[in-house]
Design a protein around this ligand. Structure first.
Ligand SMILES: Cc1cc2nc3c(=O)[nH]c(=O)nc-3n(C[C@H](O)[C@H](O)[C@H](O)COP(=O)(O)OP(=O)(O)OC[C@H]3O[C@@H](n4cnc5c(N)ncnc54)[C@H](O)[C@@H]3O)c2cc1C
Length: 390
């Protein structure tokens, strides 16, 4: 049986979150602390306290760690509501990269690591990073990982350079991917390390200037300069980093879809209102077929995206990995929602590219979605290979 109805309490919570974001969070969209490198930490902390007061902070965390242990479908419904403002997920502590990092740590970290590195992120007191991408190494192809770790039986020494590391400036919990060299003590290969951010050997060279500004702290260029970590810094088992990254990626790419769906709906609502009121050639622009078709295409795309997300989430809730479906969802939703945002800019006319409305920010922020957690082409390449193998 296929049942698309939502439980009444989930619908009520969705509506409460949407109201919270509209009433309490949207007013911050013009706050100067929302900088070209994203919301700064002071703004983030203020937003987090608003969500905490409403009991809406980190609701996705496992129940044993203080959250509500939401299912993937529940997340889809609630994150969409949070995404109405790009600051909504920041307030509710379900924005990237923290959301994916919390998920990964809750699955792989040991009890001591949970206390020291995960709990402060869950409680909204500190931020986290996932450092994998490299200028001359890992990117779409993680096998190109060039950052090295050597182990002398007691300590690891890490050297390498990363970029596009979201939130690097100011984050306290760091997950670092490096290739462990052959050694007589531990299995070699790509390995995840967990450390504090403010230790000698982690050098933040600069924060990159990018076209998006929805991630706290922006995106950093980072150097590991003989970063020395103890044996206890290994997250999970050595040589298993790519497996853990996959564990993080399938749900994380879906949560991006959920949040951006909410932002695209917001853009559509602004375009619809404009089409109802702006006139040209003797009638409202919405009465011109060219405009109504754009709004209709948006409506269709939003609906298709929601169903695609829900299906992948439902599969994961049934215990499936849903890698193929989440890959299809990520590539489809990122491309479709960007088209939605683009059509909203078009309906708005010249003001569409100005900051008179939030559509311009959504359009710019959403562009990056087609790249991270796997560029569209890489997902289609993987989907195509699976199709050909069948
Ligand atoms: C906003 C943002 C935030 C990010 N945050 C983080 C972060 O916190 N931590 C982190 O480690 N990384 C982060 N990244 C990096 C992100 O994961 C990479 O950008 C992504 O993996 C792609 O790698 P790349 O940029 O090196 O592109 P490349 O690997 O150089 O690929 C460039 C292009 O080549 C094409 N291509 C590559 N492979 C194939 C293929 N098999 N078939 C067809 N075409 C292909 C695609 O069009 C792709 O866009 C972030 C990126 C962005 C944009």
């Amino acid at each position: 049986m296929i049942d698309f109805s939502l439980p009444a309490d989930l619908e009520a919570e969705r509506d409460r979150i949407r109201r919270f974001v509209i009433d309490k969070i949207v007013p911050y969209e013009r706050d100067p602390r929302l900088t070209s490198h994203g919301p700064n930490d002071e703004l983030r902390q203020e937003l987090v306290e608003l969500a905490r007061a409403e009991k809406l902070l980190t609701i996705q965390a496992p129940t044993e760690l203080g959250g509500r242990g939401l299912t993937h479908v529940e997340q889809a419904v609630l994150y969409e509501a949070a995404g109405w403002s790009t600051l909504g997920p920041v307030a509710m502590n379900c924005a990237a990269p923290d959301e994916g990092n919390m998920f990964l740590l809750s699955k792989v970290a040991n009890a001591e690591q949970i206390d020291r590195y995960l709990m402060p992120v869950i409680t909204g007191r500190q931020r986290s990073v996932f450092a994998m991408t490299e200028p001359d190494g890992a990117g779409s192809d993680p096998d190109q990982l060039a950052t090295t770790a050597t182990f002398d039986g007691e300590n690891f020494t890490i050297n390498g350079r990363k970029w596009l590391i979201t939130g690097a400036d100011g984050a306290k919990t760091w997950i670092i991917m490096a290739r462990l060299a052959a050694n007589p003590h531990l299995p070699e290969g790509p390995t995840l390390f967990l450390t504090d951010g403010d230790v000698p050997g982690i050098v933040i060279e600069r924060t990159m200037n990018t076209m998006d500004r929805n991630y706290v702290g922006g995106h950093g260029v980072v150097r590991f300069d003989n970063l020395t970590l103890p044996r206890e810094a290994v997250l999970g088992e050595t040589g298993q980093a790519l497996r853990y990254a996959q564990l993080r990626l399938a749900p994380a790419r879906l949560t991006h879809c959920m949040r951006w769906l909410g932002a695209a709906e917001r853009a559509q609502s602004i375009a619809v209102e404009h089409a109802r009121t702006r006139t040209a050639f003797g009638k409202t622009i919405g009465e011109h077929e060219g405009v109504s078709f754009m709004l209709a295409d948006n409506e269709i795309a939003l609906h298709q995206c929601r169903l695609t997300i829900w299906h992948a989430c439902w599969l994961m809730d049934q215990g499936h990995k849903a890698r193929h479906e989440s890959s299809m969802a990520k590539s489809f939703v990122s491309e479709e929602l960007f088209q939605v945002a683009d059509r909203c800019v078009q309906v708005l006319g010249g003001i569409g590219i100005s900051d008179e409305t939030v559509v311009e920010m959504i359009f710019r922020d959403m562009r990056a979605f087609r790249l991270y957690d796997g560029p569209t082409e890489v997902h289609k390449w993987a989907i195509g290979r699976k199709v050909l193998r069948r």
